[in-house]
Design a protein around this ligand. Structure first.
Ligand SMILES: C[S@@+](CC[C@H](N)C(=O)[O-])C[C@H]1O[C@@H](n2cnc3c(N)ncnc32)[C@H](O)[C@@H]1O
Length: 261
């Protein structure tokens, strides 16, 4: 009961923050990344923490399913932390993001890593998957935390582009947050209390599209069985930056590896 009262007390502050978010998702993401001053575990980006045990499940699934002679595409790469994690395993790693400011930051953080490249691209735009396939041929695809921030039709557009990118030989590994409670209880689990919202969470609420959940049901809707074959899936814990107090750093998530039919 006390928990719910505390959630209700947070409503005015959350609503005020959320009103600042631009309606156009591409504009919102650009503004968000332009305003970020620090990344990493002590930084301002909610999902950008040191890569630890979360990666083990991905590495195991990749080992069992991916052809490491193909290049890899990191979709919605942000500041490129996971592109840098992927790069040593593949001949080339390409990070793409809708926000130019994210791409600039990713280039700075990957300074000197010559098998990595980044580009600004909205991968929900029809034809972008085909364009990448013309350039690179079949690619493996890694997606962390992108589908859950897209609305229904955008999810389908992105999945269609990934179908072109993967071709016959690439595999798609996606990993998404899948919190099943209300948005307010989600914020509470990440350390928000009435009158005090941790900065990384505050930046997300006031800057980026409201996240949804993405589990098996949402994956089936975006990746229809007629076009995709499931290789492996299961629960995963997505790591967030530490936000003090009782805040969790582990967000319930879902990962899946698929191949295009
Ligand atoms: C929650 S962040 C995850 C960043 C990164 N994958 C990670 O795990 O550190 C989502 C990222 O997807 C990017 N994004 C959102 N919509 C996109 C789109 N349509 N095309 C490409 N990138 C997109 C955002 O700019 C943002 O950097």
């Amino acid at each position: 009961m006390l928990r719910i009262i505390r959630q209700l007390l947070m409503v005015p502050e959350v609503a005020l923050l959320a009103r600042r978010t631009p309606r156009d998702p591409a504009v919102a993401w650009e503004g968000y990344w332009r305003g970020i001053r620090a990344t990493g575990t002590q930084g301002e980006v909610l999902w950008d923490t040191d890569i630890g045990p979360e990666a083990e499940q991905y590495a195991t699934s990749m080992q069992a399913t991916m052809d490491f002679a193909l290049p890899v595409l990191d979709v919605g790469c942000g500041n490129g932390r996971w592109t840098r994690w992927l790069a040593p395993r593949f001949p080339a790693a390409v990070g793409v993001d809708v926000a130019e400011s994210a791409v600039q930051r990713a280039r700075q953080e990957a300074d000197g890593e010559h098998t990595i490249s980044f580009r600004t691209l909205d991968l929900t735009r029809p034809g972008t998957g085909h364009m990448l396939h013309e350039e690179y041929g079949d690619m493996n695809v890694f997606v962390r935390g992108v589908f859950h921030v897209l609305r229904g039709p955008q999810r389908e557009h992105l999945a269609r582009n990934l179908h072109s990118v993967a071709g016959r030989h690439g595999r798609v590994l996606l990993t998404e947050t899948n919190y099943r409670g209300s948005p307010l209880s989600y914020m509470q689990s990440l350390g928000a209390t009435p009158g005090s919202i941790p900065l990384p969470l505050r930046k997300a609420i006031g800057g980026i599209p409201v996240p949804g959940r993405f589990g098996p049901e949402e994956r089936r809707a975006a990746f229809p069985e007629a076009a995709w074959q499931m290789v492996a899936d299961g629960p995963v814990t997505i790591q967030a930056v530490p936000m003090g107090g009782n805040a969790t750093t582990g967000i319930p998530g879902y990962f899946a590896t698929m191949k295009a039919r």
